[in-house]
Design a protein around this ligand. Structure first.
Ligand SMILES: Cc1cc2nc3c(=O)[nH]c(=O)nc-3n(C[C@H](O)[C@H](O)[C@H](O)COP(=O)(O)OP(=O)(O)OC[C@H]3O[C@@H](n4cnc5c(N)ncnc54)[C@H](O)[C@@H]3O)c2cc1C
Length: 759
C-alpha cells in the first residue's frame, strides 16, 4: 500500500515538476479546455485592452500589493510657473466668467474666448517647443478643477482641446510637418480643434462606426493626387460648431490597392481643415442647455489628400490604437478634475448655507438629516481629490494607467452626481429657482454630460473597469490568452502553472487573512494601519474571487455584468482607498481632517466587502461559490457601516467655522468676490453669521433669563441693546449678519416679460 502511494506520489510530482512530462500531459489538455473557456478577443477589443500601462491595478490583482510601489513614487507638485498660472490667468479667467450670463447669452463672451486663446488655455498639454504651455497632468487638472467650480461651460470648452483630440494625437503620432503646422496654431488658439468619433449608430460601441474612406486617385488642378474620399455622419462633437480643424475617425479601404496589398486598412484618424470642400459643420446640439459648443459633422465623398492622416499614410489603420492609447491617460485627467471642482463647490457652499439658513429656530446644519449629507459631501471631496491627485501623479510619473483612469472617470463623475444632488437637497428651494443667485441649478444640468462622455458610466463600470482589469492587470490571464491564440503550449504551460500557483497562494492568503483581519501584513503609519491590513485582506479576496469567477464562468464572465459591475466596485474601492492612504503617507495625518479620512476609509472598505459578498452570493456554481465564500470571506462580511458618532464628528468638523476644514477640503476651487451673487455673498454671509454667533447666544441667554422678550431676531437684538445685554458694536454685528442672512435666502424672480426671455 505504502509502495503504491509512494509510486503514485512520485509519478504526480514527476508530471508536475518535470517540464518535459508536464507540458504534454497537463499543459496541452489544459490549453485545449482553456481555449473553449477563456474569453476570445477581437482585434478592436485587443487593442483597447492592451492600451496604456499596468500600474497599481496590477498590484491589486496580484492579491499581495507591494505598497512600496505606490508609496515611494513622487506625486509631482506644481512648478513655480504652473502655480503662477493657476493663481494668475486662471483666477483672472474665473473672475471674468459670469455663468448665469453665459447661459443667457448661450456662449462665453467674446472677451473670454479671446482671453482663453491669448493665455494659451487651449495649449496646456502642448510642449513649449511647439509654442504651448507644456504643463504637467497635475497642473492641467488643477486648472480644470478651478474653472469647473466657476462655470461648467467654460471648463468643458477648455478641457476638450487639452484632452482626447487633435493636440494629443498629433503630439503622439503626428508627422513633423503636421506638428510644425498645427501645434503652434492650436497652442495659441488660432486653430480650435474637435474630434469626431461618435455616430448615430455607434456610441458606446465606437469601433462599429460606419463612416468610411476610400483611397482614390483624383485630378486636382490638372495633377494626379492620391487621396481619400470620405463619407461620414458624426454627432455630439464638442467644439465642432466653432472648430477650425476637425479630427475624424473612419474606416479606410483601398480597393484598388493604391497604397499596398491590403484592402481593409482599418480605423484611421485624419485632420480636416474647416474649409475642406464638402465638410458640413456649424449646426449645434443643445446638451442639457449647458452652452458649450457641440454639434454634428457630416460629409459625403469629401476628397482629401492622404497627408491629412494623423501620422501620414503610414498610420492608416492605426486610428483605433491611437485613440485607445490617448484615452488611457486622458480619462484620468479632465472629467475627474471637473468632478472634483463640483464636489468641492458642493461641500463648500452647502456647509455655509447650512450654517446661515435657519429653520425651527436654528441653523439647518444642526439637524442630523442635513449633517449626514454634509458628511457625505466632505468624504466625497476628500476621497475624490486623493484619486485625482494620485492618478495625475502617476501620469506625470510616466504611466498611462488605463484601468485607474477608467475608475477615476466613472467613479468620480458618480461622486460629482452624489455631491451636487446632496448640495441641491440641503440648499433646497434656493438651489432650484434659477438665476444669478443660484450656482447649483446650472451645475446640476451638467451632471449627465460627465456621466455620458468619454465612455459612459454604465458601460465603463460594467464592462471596462473589471473587464480590462482582469485581462490586462491580472498577472497571468493575458499571457494565457495570448499563448492560446498562438497555439504556444510552452508559453501556456508557463502562464497556466504560474496562474495555478497564484490561485492557490491567494486561496491560502485570503483565508488566513480573513481569519486574522489582515494580521501581519504590510502597514504604514500606525493610525491607519488597520486600514492597510483590511486592504491587504480584501485585495487577496478580490484576486481569489477573480479567479473563481474565471473558473466558473470563463469567457462569459465579461457578459455577466451584474457580477462584473460588483467586481468593478470592489476594484474601484481598493484603488480609491489606496490613493487616500498614499495621501496620508505623503502629506501626513492632520488632526483636522482625521475624521474625514477615517469615515472615507471605513465607508469605502465596507463597500468593497459588500461588493465581494455580492459576488460570492451570485456566482452561479453553488459548490464552487460556497468554496469561494469560505476561502475569500471565511468569517463573512465583518465590516460594518460607519457609526453615527463618526458621521457627526465629520459634520462637526465641516460645520465648525474656526476649524478651517471646510476650506481645507475645497482649496482647489475659485472663491469669488464677497459682493458677487452666489458663492461670493454666501461666504461673506457665513463669515458675518459666524462672527455674530457669540452675541446671538448672549441674546438667547437673556431671553431665557427673561431680561428681554422673545420676538423676531431683529426685535430681540434691539431689545438686548436697550437692556445693555450687548454693546452698540455687537448690535451692529448682529444686525449686519441678519441682513446678510435675509439677503442670502432670497431667490431670483422675474416679471412675466423677463421670464419669457429667460434661457
Ligand atoms: C455633450 C456630449 C459631448 C460629447 N462629445 C463628444 C466628442 O467631442 N466627440 C465624440 O466623438 N463623441 C462625443 N460624445 C459622444 C459620447 O462619447 C457618447 O455619447 C457616449 O460614448 C455614449 O454613446 P451614446 O450616447 O450613443 O449611448 P449608447 O451607446 O446608446 O448607450 C446607451 C446606454 O447603454 C449603455 N451601454 C452600452 N453598451 C453597453 C454595454 N456593453 N454594457 C453595459 N452598458 C452598455 C451605456 O453606458 C449607456 O448608458 C459626446 C456626447 C455628449 C452627450
Amino acid at each position: 500500500m505504502e509502495l503504491l502511494a509512494l509510486t503514485a506520489g512520485t509519478a504526480l510530482a514527476g508530471v508536475l515538476f518535470i517540464k518535459q512530462l508536464r507540458v504534454p500531459l497537463l499543459a496541452a489538455p489544459a490549453m485545449k479546455i482553456a481555449k473553449g473557456v477563456l474569453p476570445s478577443i477581437g482585434d478592436t477589443e485587443r487593442i483597447a485592452l492592451e492600451a496604456g500601462t499596468v500600474w497599481w491595478d496590477g498590484e491589486i490583482f496580484s492579491g499581495k500589493p507591494k505598497w512600496k510601489r505606490l508609496l515611494s513614487f513622487d506625486v509631482q507638485g506644481l512648478t513655480k510657473e504652473e502655480k503662477a498660472f493657476l493663481d494668475g490667468p486662471t483666477e483672472e479667467l474665473c473672475a471674468m466668467l459670469d455663468d448665469h450670463k453665459i447661459f443667457q447669452d448661450r456662449d462665453l463672451s467674446a472677451a473670454t474666448w479671446k482671453y482663453l486663446k491669448d493665455k494659451k488655455f487651449f495649449g496646456m498639454i502642448i510642449p513649449k517647443e511647439h509654442g504651448g504651455l507644456g504643463f504637467s497632468a497635475i497642473a492641467h487638472s488643477a486648472i480644470v478643477t478651478k474653472i469647473a467650480s466657476r462655470s461648467l461651460a467654460a471648463a468643458v470648452t477648455v478641457m476638450v482641446p487639452n484632452s482626447l483630440g487633435p493636440g494629443e494625437l498629433l503630439l503622439r503620432y503626428g508627422t513633423d510637418a503636421q506638428k510644425k503646422h498645427y501645434l503652434p496654431r492650436l497652442a495659441k488658439g488660432q486653430d480650435i480643434p474637435c474630434f469626431a468619433l461618435t455616430e448615430p449608430h455607434a456610441g458606446s460601441d465606437a469601433a462599429s462606426g460606419t463612416s468610411f474612406g476610400v483611397v482614390v486617385k483624383k485630378k486636382v488642378n490638372g495633377k494626379d493626387v492620391l487621396g481619400m474620399e470620405l463619407t461620414f455622419n458624426k454627432r455630439y462633437i464638442t467644439l465642432a460648431p466653432v472648430a477650425t480643424v476637425v479630427g475624424l475617425a473612419f474606416r479606410l479601404t483601398d480597393p484598388n490597392r493604391l497604397l499596398g496589398d491590403k484592402e481593409d486598412l482599418g480605423i484611421t484618424c485624419a485632420l480636416l481643415p474647416r474649409d475642406t470642400k464638402g465638410l458640413e459643420i456649424g449646426e449645434q446640439h443643445d446638451p442639457m442647455g449647458v452652452p458649450f459648443k457641440n454639434g454634428p459633422v457630416r460629409g459625403k465623398k469629401v476628397f482629401v489628400p492622404l497627408d491629412v492622416i494623423i501620422g501620414g499614410p503610414a498610420m492608416a489603420g492605426e486610428g483605433w490604437k491611437m485613440l485607445m492609447e490617448a484615452l488611457a491617460a486622458g480619462r484620468g485627467i479632465s472629467l475627474p478634475s471637473l468632478s472634483v471642482g463640483a464636489a468641492e463647490l458642493s461641500l463648500r457652499a452647502a456647509a455655509a448655507y447650512a450654517g446661515v439658513r435657519e429653520q425651527f429656530g436654528m441653523p439647518v446644519g444642526k439637524f442630523e438629516g442635513v449633517r449626514e449629507r454634509l458628511a457625505r459631501m466632505a468624504v466625497n471631496a476628500h476621497l475624490m481629490n486623493a484619486v485625482r491627485v494620485v492618478t495625475c501623479g502617476a501620469i506625470d510619473a510616466g504611466e498611462h494607467p488605463a484601468v485607474a483612469s477608467g475608475i477615476s472617470k466613472a467613479y468620480l463623475t458618480e461622486g460629482m452626481r452624489v455631491s451636487i444632488n446632496d448640495a441641491m437637497d440641503v440648499i433646497a428651494g434656493a438651489a432650484i429657482c434659477r438665476g444669478p443667485r443660484n450656482m447649483f441649478a446650472r451645475a446640476y444640468n451638467g451632471i449627465p454630460i460627465g456621466i455620458t462622455v468619454e465612455g459612459s458610466n454604465i458601460l465603463t463600470r460594467s464592462l471596462i473597469v473589471f473587464g480590462q482589469g482582469a485581462m490586462r492587470s491580472h498577472p497571468y490571464l493575458q499571457d494565457e490568452v495570448n499563448a492560446i491564440g498562438r497555439g504556444d503550449v510552452k508559453a501556456f504551460d508557463k502562464a497556466f502553472f504560474g496562474h495555478v500557483r497564484h490561485f492557490l497562494g491567494n486561496a491560502v492568503r485570503a483565508f488566513v487573512l480573513g481569519l486574522t483581519r489582515g494580521y501581519g501584513t504590510f502597514t504604514a503609519h500606525s493610525s491607519v494601519a488597520h486600514h492597510y491590513r483590511h486592504l491587504n485582506r480584501l485585495s487577496a479576496s478580490f484576486a481569489l474571487l477573480t479567479d473563481f469567477g474565471l473558473l466558473i464562468l470563463g469567457g462569459s464572465l465579461k457578459r455577466k455584468e451584474y457580477l462584473s459591475g460588483r467586481y468593478a466596485d470592489a476594484l474601484a474601492g481598493l484603488y480609491m482607498a489606496s490613493t487616500l492612504l498614499k495621501q496620508v503617507h505623503d502629506k501626513g495625518y492632520p488632526a483636522s481632517t482625521r475624521p474625514i479620512t477615517e469615515l472615507a476609509l471605513q465607508q469605502t472598505l465596507y463597500d468593497i466587502e459588500q461588493a465581494l459578498l455580492g459576488v460570492v452570493r451570485n456566482l452561479p456554481n453553488p459548490p464552487l461559490a460556497l468554496l469561494a465564500r469560505l476561502l475569500a470571506l471565511p468569517l463573512g462580511a465583518r465590516l460594518t457601516k460607519p457609526k453615527d458618532k463618526l458621521i457627526d464628528k465629520v459634520a462637526d468638523a465641516v460645520m465648525q467655522p474656526t476649524s478651517g476644514v471646510r476650506e481645507q477640503l475645497s482649496t482647489e476651487i475659485y472663491i469669488p468676490d464677497a459682493k458677487e451673487e452666489g458663492l461670493g455673498k454666501l461666504e461673506a454671509t457665513y463669515a458675518k453669521v459666524t462672527a455674530a454667533e457669540p452675541v446671538r447666544r448672549k441674546i438667547g441667554a437673556a431671553v431665557k433669563e427673561r431680561k428681554i422678550k422673545k420676538g423676531s431676531a431683529t426685535a430681540m437684538t434691539d431689545a438686548a441693546l436697550m437692556a445693555n445685554v450687548i454693546t452698540a458694536k455687537e448690535h451692529k454685528l448682529v444686525l449686519d449678519a441678519l441682513a446678510a442672512q435675509d439677503d442670502i435666502v432670497q431667490v431670483d424672480y422675474y416679471t412675466p416679460a423677463a421670464y419669457g426671455k429667460l434661457r
